[in-house]
Design a protein around this ligand. Structure first.
Ligand code: C2E
Ligand code: CA
Ligand code: CA
Length: 556
């Protein structure tokens, strides 16, 4: 668009003054680029955001290129050159500047060029907006957004008022969008906003933060009980809505409640982090419910997070920190050593972490696959050595259902046996029933393949949860390991003892073997001896210990 040269020019100095005057009124950045004097002036608060030498500078094009992301420099140069070599008067460019941390920030820079009588470009005035910036208000729900909440909370920086934050999140919102469309999803968000507004009281504030989450802020001294009641009220409204809509969309809501006093320094990042944790807990506890923040839970969560990191590093650095403990297993008949169960241990900062704490993390992260392979090799190497003294020595290795479902564990096992030149019937693979249902076909396939290859199989944790006697006949494990909890019950309860005794007899008639775990005292040993099982394992006979201790105590 061609424009007439401007008649009443403002001086660049005057523009600078105006920019300063506007500075407190906007988050955008106003600027003037003086082509004549090769000078640039921008709203002073730009220095707090971008990698600029200051709010004014000379040598404009080089300096601007320095603050521009490398990929966008050419586009900027081309645009400025074009303005200077043609009579175009508008500049409108979307590109990236570098923030103070060196990270790119998307901006839209729009400017208007003012030319002198001879059409030479004198200066350009304009405005820069950050287009990647979070919304201050949300047009879908009609509520204020995260940035507004942040700004408002800045007023409370150091003194925490009494009250609470409640972060509400719709459960499975993504699937509603996917199944019923984004417009339907938007309608649900609007409804949700309306429900909350109709439940909150005067003085409580409501914001919509990320996509499907809302934050209610109560600085009126509201208690946890009041927060929970408020949650229930909102949930009821939502339930009613779902019912009235004949379950077209089955939406539920979870809520994380955070007392103001739980936020140290009352900082924004803490409020967001802890409230997010509270909401995630509510969801993990089964959704459609609320959870009140407890510091101990959060500490446990942080510990788990740290442990996860450390475990990942340990696996990557050749299993440094991992160790294998061995627990002896004895023949009940004559008390001779049959073999040992390999049990994983992990050392973190001079502290030993027990499997109860880390096996589930290894499973969740898939790290159990390399770690399971590692312990298999360690155990076979150990058994090979033991066989020099006790040729019948067998080693038991636990295999997780994650290894069964997500790795080629049969190949791993057969290769390892070959590598250590070990007969397959000297290896006992322990599998639990609990993983069995979930991984049915994988489990059956693995089971059959191992049996075909002559590897021995033990059904672990028998007597916990849903022990299914049908499986015994179907799977025909070589050994059934009676879980410690079953053993303990049998020691104190006659009915349970009779059950154990019957089971022992039945298993024997199927020509399977029984190993009783968790024998802790001489009395227990005597009681068990009445059965007797084929094998016994427990603290009374020997605790799990490092390989060297095992050799010293049980072999030499
Ligand atoms: P599990 O396979 O049932 O192992 C037996 C657990 O009972 C071991 O705990 C052992 O130390 C403990 N125990 C043995 N005798 C007694 C006793 O008389 N009294 C008491 N109170 N406890 C006894 P640990 O080593 O803490 O292992 C716990 C679980 O972690 C194991 O239960 C197993 O499910 C899992 N686990 C351990 N190592 C591995 C591994 O290498 N791979 C996999 N997938 N799981 C493992
Ligand atoms: Ca076991
Ligand atoms: Ca067991």
């Amino acid at each position: 668009m061609k424009e007439e040269p401007n008649q009443d020019l403002l001086s660049v100095d005057r523009i600078r003054q105006m920019i300063d005057l506007y500075n407190p009124c906007t988050d955008d950045y106003l600027f003037v680029l003086d082509f004549e004097n090769d000078f640039y002036y921008i709203s002073p608060h730009a220095q707090e955001r971008f990698l600029l030498p200051g709010c004014y500078f000379h040598n404009v094009s080089d300096t601007l290129l320095e603050v521009t992301c490398e990929e966008d420099r050419q586009a900027l140069t081309d645009d400025l050159t074009d303005i200077l070599s043609t009579d175009r008067n508008t500049h409108n460019l979307v590109y990236r500047w570098l923030g103070l941390d060196g990270q790119p920030i998307w901006i839209n820079c729009r400017g208007r060029v003012v030319r002198g009588e001879d059409k030479r470009a004198l200066y350009m005035i304009g405005c820069i907006n950050e287009i990647g910036k979070k919304q201050k208000a949300d047009n879908v729900s009609g509520l204020l957004g995260e940035t507004s909440l942040q700004t408002w909370l800045q007023g409370y920086k150091d003194e925490a008022p009494a009250g609470y934050f409640m972060r509400l999140g719709l459960d499975n919102f993504k699937s509603i969008n996917a199944k019923l469309g984004v417009e339907y999803g938007d309608m649900i968000l609007r409804k949700m906003g309306d429900f909350i507004i109709s439940c909150v009281q005067c003085g409580q504030h409501l914001y919509r933060i990320v996509a499907d989450e809302f934050m209610i802020v109560d600085f009126n001294g509201g208690t946890v009980k009041e927060a929970t009641d408020l949650y229930t009220e909102i949930r009821r409204m939502l339930d009613r809505f779902v019912e009235e809509n004949h379950y077209e969309a089955f939406v539920t809501v979870s809520g994380g409640i955070l007392r103001c006093e739980d936020v140290r320094n009352f900082s924004w990042s803490q409020i967001m982090k802890l409230s997010e944790f509270a909401l995630t807990e509510a969801k993990q506890l089964g959704k459609n419910r609320s959870y009140v923040f407890v510091q101990e839970d959060y500490d446990r969560f942080l510990k788990k997070k740290k442990l996860t990191q450390v475990l990942r590093q340990a696996v990557a650095s050749d299993f440094e920190g991992f160790e294998v403990y061995y627990q002896p297993i004895f023949h009940s008949k004559d008390g001779s050593l049959s073999g040992a169960e390999a049990l994983m241990r992990f050392h973190m900062e001079d502290e030993m972490v027990m499997p109860g704490e880390f096996i589930s993390i290894l499973e969740e992260t898939g790290l159990i696959i390399p770690a399971g392979r590692w312990i298999l090799h360690e155990a076979l190497r150990f058994a090979k050595k033991m066989q020099q003294v006790i040729p019948t020595f067998r080693v038991n290795v636990n295999v997780s259902y994650v290894q069964v479902m997500k790795s080629d564990v049969v190949v791993d096992i057969m290769e390892a046996l070959k590598q250590y030149d070990m007969s397959p019937d000297h290896l006992i693979i322990e599998l639990t029933e609990s993983g069995l249902i979930e991984s049915d076909i994988y489990f059956t396939r693995l089971w059959t393949q191992l049996k075909e290859n002559g590897v021995k199989l033990a059904l672990d944790d028998f007597g916990t949860g849903y022990s299914n006697f049908h499986y015994l006949n179907e799977l025909r494990p070589d050994i059934i390991k009676i879980d410690r909890s079953f053993t303990m019950r049998a020691m104190t309860n006659e009915y349970e003892f009779n059950l154990l005794s019957l089971l022992n007899g039945m298993v024997k008639s199927l020509e399977l073997k029984v190993c009783v775990e968790g024998v802790e005292t001489a009395e227990e040993r005597d009681k068990i001896a009445v059965l007797p099982p084929d094998y016994s394992q427990g603290f009374y006979f020997g605790r799990p210990c490092p390989q060297a201790d095992f050799e010293r105590k049980f072999v030499k």
